[in-house]
Design a protein around this ligand. Structure first.
Ligand code: ADP
Ligand code: MG
Length: 347
């Protein structure tokens, strides 16, 4: 059994303790570097403006930094020019500005990886699921998307030398397929205390696309406080497809979905965390000629940065994974299995 695989025989390994709040020695979090932590610290934000912003849901510097002047002005009644200045101040506070290529190099060094539990799959991904990146898992029903998400929510809690980030996970469940029982099994499978592992996963059911977006807004506040290192959205597309069906709604749907993806990207980037989204596509895209996002292969990330992993069913518990359009990752396919203990390499 290779590195990245932990069998049930290791159940009695010492328990991992999860740090609460900060404590990890990351250099990364631009958000933590500056002392501006409250929106009232921003120049131009007095008590009455702060009140308006908070009432409109812009409770954090991060949330303001990723807003557009138009939307901020619209929901708060602040003039656009003022909104623009506040946003600029927020971006400055978070160091969202020109960077040198060398800065980019330093940032990439700060990227971390979470093991999937399968060495094959990790290798295909260049070492695991990356932070500062959105990873999209797409594939037909039963292809293993939800199982991988469960596994990552457990594995993110592992110590770094076991392929984790000693952090917690947020699981945004849009389809009601999250199972704590599965977390319990998978935690045993990697030698974590099951109750502790379950306490480190914050689950929320998103009831519609609007709610789904609002949840991610709130995460800008929560991620740092709770030492969240992984955010899962399973599935990212379900509500959007249901609420905006057919070709005639496609533009609207894509626009909202893009906004959502943008939010998620900022979250991944600002806090150096991993974001994993799932997207169910039909096994036979030709049946879906009416829906171009399905027919072209189904992934939602499109040209947005991120890693797209296509999953397919194979014999028995075997699944095939393939990376789509990622020039920096190796070509080809790999096989993993879904076992009682979670995601593993085939025997
Ligand atoms: P989807 O891609 O639709 O999200 P899932 O990730 O839910 O698919 O995969 C479902 C598959 O996972 C099941 O068909 C089964 O093969 C496997 N599976 C689920 N639970 C277990 C378990 N406790 N033990 C072994 N395999 C499981
Ligand atoms: Mg699923």
């Amino acid at each position: 059994m290779g590195q990245g695989n932990w069998g049930p025989e290791e159940v009695n390994r010492p328990r991992t303790r999860i740090h609460h709040g900060r404590g990890l020695k990351e250099l990364t979090e631009g958000a933590e570097r500056k002392v501006i932590s409250d929106i009232t610290d921003l120049p131009g934000v007095g008590p009455s403006t702060a009140q308006k912003l908070i009432e409109a849901g812009y409770t954090t510097v991060e949330a303001i930094a990723v807003a557009t002047p138009q939307e901020l002005s619209q929901v708060t009644g602040i003039p656009i020019v003022t909104a623009q200045k506040i946003i600029e101040a927020a971006r400055e506070a978070l160091n969202i500005d020109f960077k040198t290529a060398y800065d980019l190099k330093l940032e990439s060094i700060n990227r971390r990886k979470i093991t999937t539990g399968s060495r094959n799959l990790d290798e295909l991904l260049g070492g695991g699921i990356e932070t500062k990146t959105i990873t999209e898992l797409f594939g037909e029903f039963g292809s293993g998307k939800t199982q991988i998400c469960h596994q990552l929510a457990v594995n993110v809690q592992l110590p770094e030398d076991k392929g984790g980030l000693e952090g917690k996970a947020v699981y945004i469940d849009t389809e009601g397929t999250f199972r704590w029982e599965r977390i319990e099994q998978m935690a045993r499978g990697v030698g974590l205390d099951p109750d502790e592992a379950m306490r480190n996963i914050y689950w929320i059911r998103a009831i519609n696309s609007h709610h789904q977006i609002a949840i991610v807004d709130k995460l800008f506040d929560m991620v740092k406080k709770e030492n969240i290192k992984l955010v899962v959205v399973d599935s990212v597309t379900g509500h959007f497809r249901a609420e905006f069906p057919g070709r005639e709604n496609l533009a609207m749907r894509q626009q909202l979905l893009n906004r959502h993806l943008h939010q998620l990207m900022r979250l991944a980037d600002i806090f150096n965390i991993a974001v994993v989204i799932t997207n169910q596509v039909m096994a036979r895209p030709d049946v879906f000629y009416g829906d171009p996002t399905q027919a072209v292969g189904g992934h939602v990330l499109g040209h947005a940065p991120g890693v797209r992993v296509q999953l397919k069913k194979s014999r028995g518990n075997k699944r095939i994974a393939r990376i789509v359009d990622a020039p920096h990752l190796p070509e080809g396919e790999t096989v993993f299995v879904i076992t009682e203990w979670g995601i593993r390499d085939p025997e």
